[in-house]
Design a protein around this ligand. Structure first.
Ligand SMILES: CC(C)(COP(=O)(O)OP(=O)(O)OC[C@H]1O[C@@H](n2cnc3c(N)ncnc32)[C@H](O)[C@@H]1OP(=O)(O)O)[C@@H](O)C(=O)NCCC(=O)NCCS
Length: 248
């Protein structure tokens, strides 16, 4: 690991304290020369470092996997986390005692057959809303809905196994997801699902989701001054809560 180019994430300062009512959302942009395996290794390096700092032990912690692959740290004293990476971007979320999920997609990533995917895997009204859009607006709306769905499914730990159409979002007039409208099974009261969107410099679309009480979301950047205690106190302008949550 020590030969990884750490210029995008070499900072070694302790993270700010993680309050019980907070979620810390860490973003990292890896060096352009790093391939997918390198980005994944870098994400794990910082996950391990931040996890041991938050848990207070300062020692490396074992990571186990749930039935559908969700990683967790049994000895982290109730610190919950989730990771997503796409292209050169990484997002890692941490909270105390609150399972959560994150999903990140590069806007410049591979363009998919949006309507085919939506018609096959999304709820009918979601697919219809996307069909009314075109070009970049459709692409962005698709990424926003996709990341919201994946973030919820990752918070549950089920991943795509659950079924993307079993989770329906209410959408605004532009086809943007606003809140969880319906979720089948024992996935919790839709009203208790909180969504938070983060978009970095038009390069990425990302969503954070959790089912539980409201929490303040604090956006932080690995490898900059914002990593140090007392860094950025709130999300940038392009970050916002989507549901009835008042996270800020
Ligand atoms: C989890 C999943 C949604 C990841 O999607 P993705 O957009 O390709 O990847 P992301 O970068 O957003 O997330 C990957 C990270 O999520 C985490 N993760 C893996 N499985 C997870 C799960 N079930 N729940 C929550 N997080 C999970 C891991 O940290 C993983 O990174 P790592 O393997 O480097 O540790 C997807 O792989 C999945 O659904 N897996 C579950 C298996 C499954 O049900 N397969 C059926 C396919 S139809």
């Amino acid at each position: 690991m020590s030969d990884l180019p750490l210029s995008a994430g070499g900072a070694r300062s302790a993270p700010p304290p993680l309050a019980d009512d907070e979620i810390h959302l860490w973003q990292l942009r890896a060096d352009a020369g790093l391939g997918p395996r390198g980005v994944s290794a870098l994400a794990h390096l910082h996950l391990g470092r931040l996890l041991s700092a938050y848990s207070g032990g300062g020692r490396p912690l074992a990571i186990a996997r749930g039935p559908h692959g969700k990683p967790y740290a049994p000895e982290a004293g109730g610190i919950e986390f989730n990771v997503s990476h796409s292209g050169h971007h990484v997002l890692i979320a941490f909270a105390r005692g609150q399972p959560l999920g994150v999903d990140l997609e590069s806007v410049a990533g591979r363009r998919r057959a949006i309507l085919t995917i939506a018609e096959r895997f999304f709820a009918p009204d979601e697919a219809a809303a996307l069909a009314r859009l075109d070009g970049d607006r459709q692409h962005l709306a698709f990424l926003r809905l996709w990341t919201c769905k994946e973030a919820v499914l990752k918070a549950m730990g089920s991943g795509l196994h659950f079924g993307l159409d079993r989770l329906r979002f209410s959408l605004d007039a532009d086809g943007q997801p606003r809140a969880v409208a319906q979720i089948v099974g024992d996935a919790g009261d839709p009203a208790r699902w909180h969504l938070y969107r983060q978009e970095a410099a038009a390069e990425t679309v990302a969503a954070l989701a959790w089912n539980g009480p409201e929490r303040r979301v604090r956006s932080l950047t690995i490898g900059t001054a914002a990593e140090s205690p007392g860094g950025e106190a709130g999300p940038p302008a392009t970050d916002r809560p989507l549901s009835t949550s008042t996270s800020a």
